[in-house]
Design a protein around this ligand. Sequence first.
Ligand code: TYM
Length: 326
Amino acid sequence: MKETLFSGIQPTGELHIGNYLGAIRNWVALQETYDCVYSVVDYHAITIEYDAATFPARIMNAVIMLLACGIDPRKARLFVQSHVPEHTELAWVFSSVTPMGELGRMTQFKEKSEQHRQNVNAGLFTYPVLQAADILVYKATRVPVGEDQVQHIELTREVARAFNARYGAMFPECQAIVSKARRILGLDGKAKMSKSLNNYLGLMESPEAMWEKLRVAVTDPARKRRSDPGNPDVCNVFTLHTFFSPPGEQEYCAKECRCAGIGCIDCKKILWKNICAELAPIQERARTLQADRKSVEDIIADGARRCAITAQQTMCEVRHALGVRW
Ligand code: TYM
């Protein structure tokens, strides 16, 4: 019996290389070892302002990108969160064992309520409770995420402990699997790469659009002129090389940067070539899937059906433990 692993991603409209390196690339590799459940978490995404008219396209796009990146529906269950309503039902149950104080400590809540001051709603506050339900409705023990989600996984363990203490042992204490690319910085070299900060490279961007962004990406801030030696250890472009470039080219760039043998533009061109080479087949597969919506719809329906079997079983146990069924 393989251990169960769960992870989720929000349908932001455009997935970026931060999502790809921090999560998706890892998800693909983990499919071989674990019983994987991957979700496009649409109900999480409604906690901030969004356009309902374009939401279906965003959800569909996220599913397509996951498939294009290599999530294989024969190996993993891939589904849309709202299609399995047990997630929200369990979230309600969990909200009754989660202390408000714990939720108030969440960094993501603090950041998001700062970013969306005009709409600090209860959903934003209880967001990690739904996340705990996503994971625990499958009794998953492993959760591959980037660094920003680790606090939510810790909270998930606390929710499981609180539930078990009150109603009897039911849920495991899950562990985060944090990838080497735990926090990819944006092209500004400062903040975490994210859609909302517009400092990202999108997975579907054309080579030309990517170059326009990479060309002006921040490098070693101390390297002002082409003739100045640079320091790859503090250069975000070099960090990206470590994830996209073969070892020989990484070494070449680091060595030539340190002695001003190459300039930042030369270094960026090599990175650009390697990013484009990795993303080209993904983009190709995404275009094929975009033209074949029926197959994607079938994959989503089948994923929901297979997830519902486990989720319904868990909720049956939960309702009995709570005493709302006898
Ligand atoms: P989301 O949609 O913001 O991000 C999806 C995944 O991508 C990772 N990530 C990054 N990793 C490294 N560097 C970055 N710049 C970067 N940006 C994003 C995130 O850490 C995440 O792993 N709350 C979650 C979604 C969720 C979930 C879950 C995750 C809902 N339920 C249950 C795990 C388990 C979120 O907003 O991820």
